[in-house]
Design a protein around this ligand. Structure first.
Ligand SMILES: Cc1cc2nc3c(=O)[nH]c(=O)nc-3n(C[C@H](O)[C@H](O)[C@H](O)COP(=O)(O)OP(=O)(O)OC[C@H]3O[C@@H](n4cnc5c(N)ncnc54)[C@H](O)[C@@H]3O)c2cc1C
Length: 418
């Protein structure tokens, strides 16, 4: 058993070295070998229930709890909070290995990636004690309540109000595009607590239980037929002032940690997943019949696949540039915007290619017997329309690149102090 796991672990290391384009040191090899061996023993033998089925979320919560027992939910967190003090490189290995095994994303990913690091950096000991363990195990699922109908790209324009009443904060307003809110236990929200201050100075970062009286969560139906995000309304919702993370009115600085984490780790891991996608598409082209051969024989298909492969290499190289900066202790610069812009557009092109390759069968939705890969490419094609909007639109990334790389004048619409 042990010899077999070691061999499998070495194979994993070779594959990952190839896809990341980096030679691993002893620490990385040891990290991956241990993780790989642990996963061999703990990955459930039965597959995750189908998307949309009632059994899926409880299954995923159990899977998150299992990962938490092995300290594999948040390897980047300090070990005192159930992490592994993983380096940036180890985190990339971690996500690449989960993707290589096609393991489903944990349901608490938003809380683990965004709220957890925020609490570790800005929370009090009591807040860390109260929330971190539960969110790591998936006992509590959290969503991000930042955007509002009038505040997206210009987030600091948000209008949801929080008024102090004794030891409490009374919240009124509306959030929108709150991903996964319908499945969550709480929302980390930005609310305006000082309307007279400069717009970035009067905002607080507050934890709000979604079962609190006055909270109304309404799912938004998307083009794909799914409802993955919601509107969240607050009508006189009362929470203790102890739910504010960081200082009152200091929420903008707290948010910067949250957004920095969102951009760095989540994004890099998603990009790593793209190289696997090109391999899967090449495999699909070899299987889909066309005249006497398969679609892989068509020059136009081969050209598009080659372009997709080149795109992924460019994304990887740019990701490496970011990584090198972070490992040198520097703050990532506009390379992050380059990765976001190019990576998300490449993700859209990959899904367009997949749907084209599948031909008429590509139109079948999940659940149809003849659908390729259970219709994931079709829903992926629809879902990736949103990729160039969420987390900062492509236009905003282009503004950043124009200003910070090309030295163009500042966007006249952006207000000062960003
Ligand atoms: C899949 C998905 C998941 C999301 N999940 C969450 C979540 O969990 N929590 C959350 O808080 N939010 C979430 N969002 C919201 C997301 O952050 C916003 O949609 C995004 O910031 C854009 O804001 P907006 O939709 O208000 O568009 P707007 O900011 O109103 O922009 C509208 C259009 O104008 C363009 N534009 C705006 N300003 C400029 C400018 N200065 N220069 C040039 N063009 C400009 C934009 O590029 C866009 O094309 C999610 C969005 C998506 C698509």
């Amino acid at each position: 058993m042990r010899a077999a796991s070691t061999t499998a672990g070495e194979k994993v290391i070779d594959q990952l070295e190839k896809s990341l384009g980096l030679p691993f040191g002893d620490d990385e090899r040891a990290f991956l070998a241990e993780m790989s061996e642990w996963l061999d023993e703990h990955v459930p033998s039965e597959r995750a229930p189908r998307r949309g089925s009632a059994e899926r979320l409880p299954w995923l919560r159990r899977w998150q709890a299992t990962l938490a027992e092995g300290r594999y939910v948040a390897p980047a967190w300090p070990s005192q909070y159930g992490g592994r003090d993983a380096t940036f490189l180890q985190q990339m290995i971690y996500f690449a290995e989960l993707d290589r095994r096609r393991l489903p994303t944990i349901p608490g990913r938003i809380g683990v990636s965004l709220l957890g690091p925020t609490l570790i950096e800005h929370g009090t000991d009591e807040q860390r004690e109260r929330y971190l363990g539960r969110l790591r195990r998936g006992d509590d699922l959290w969503c991000q309540g930042f955007s509002e109908p009038g505040a997206g790209s210009d987030l600091a324009s948000l209008r949801t109000r929080g008024v102090i009443d004794g030891d409490n904060l009374v919240i009124n307003g509306q959030k929108i595009w709150t991903s996964t809110a319908m499945n969550c236990d709480g929302v980390f929200a930005l609310v305006r607590t000082d309307p007279d201050a400069h717009k970035r100075k009067g905002i607080s970062f507050v934890l709000v239980p979604l079962d609190a009286p006055g909270v109304d969560v309404r799912p938004i139906r998307q083009i794909s037929g799914d409802a993955e995000f919601c509107e969240v309304f607050f009508n006189d919702v009362t929470v203790p002032l102890g739910n504010v993370i960081g200082s009152l009115n200091g929420g903008w600085d707290v948010t910067r940690t949250t957004l920095a984490n969102e951009r760095a780790v989540l994004f890099l891991s998603r990009q790593l997943a793209l190289s696997g996608t090109v391999d899967r598409l090449a495999g699909m082209a070899r299987c889909v019949p066309h005249r006497a051969g398969t679609r892989a024989d068509l020059p136009a298909v081969r050209e598009r696949l080659a372009k997709a492969w080149i795109d992924v290499q460019l994304i990887r190289v740019n990701g490496m540039r970011n990584l090198a900066k972070v490992m040198d202790g520097a703050t990532p610069g506009p390379e992050g915007s380059m990765s976001k812009l190019f990576g998300q557009e490449a993700e859209q092109h990959l899904h367009e290619l997949a749907v084209d390759l599948a031909g008429p069968v590509g139109l079948l939705a999940p659940g149809s017997d003849a659908a390729i890969d259970d219709g994931r490419w079709t829903t992926g094609w629809l879902r990736t329309r949103a990729s160039t909007i969420g987390g900062g639109t492509s236009e905003i990334q282009r503004n950043i690149l124009a200003e910070r790389v090309l030295g163009m004048p500042r966007d006249p619409w952006a207000d000062e102090g960003v």
